[in-house]
Design a protein around this ligand. Sequence first.
Ligand SMILES: [Fe+2]
Ligand SMILES: [Fe+2]
Length: 157
Amino acid sequence: MPVVEWSDIYLVGLPDLDEDHKRFVAAIAEICAAAESDPPEDAAGLLKRLDTLIEAFARHGVKEERMLSLLRSPAGMEHRRQHVAGHSRFREEVGKVRSHIADGGPAPGAVGELGVFLMLFELIRSDYDMVGLLRHEGLLVGDGRLVEGASRQDFEP
Ligand SMILES: [Fe+2]
Ligand SMILES: [Fe+2]
């Protein structure tokens, strides 16, 4: 059984983000399986997998941070600060795992730090809160698209 597994309880209701989250969970399960197989995958293979995850998460973070930039209420602004900090922490921690492997550390030891990857589930909960705040501020229409004006004016990088 994979160490982490997708469940629809993690859906946040925005299909684009949900698809990314599913892919991240699958990628993490594959990284852990590759690191813990006997023999473990070599460092180059693990680094390639981690780099793919890091790049995909960076693109995902940009998408979400643009959405967060639309929030204007005090609660929304506070959420934005915490949410962006959560993304940075995740990037930092995954970066440490990467450095450990790149420096020749034993792969299972590094990737065995499952806590790092489990942070993803905390981040998804934060996304769920973001969606609630976007709705509360009238920035999402019923089926989860951003309202037209918001996407035109504010969605530029
Ligand atoms: Fe997310
Ligand atoms: Fe997020």
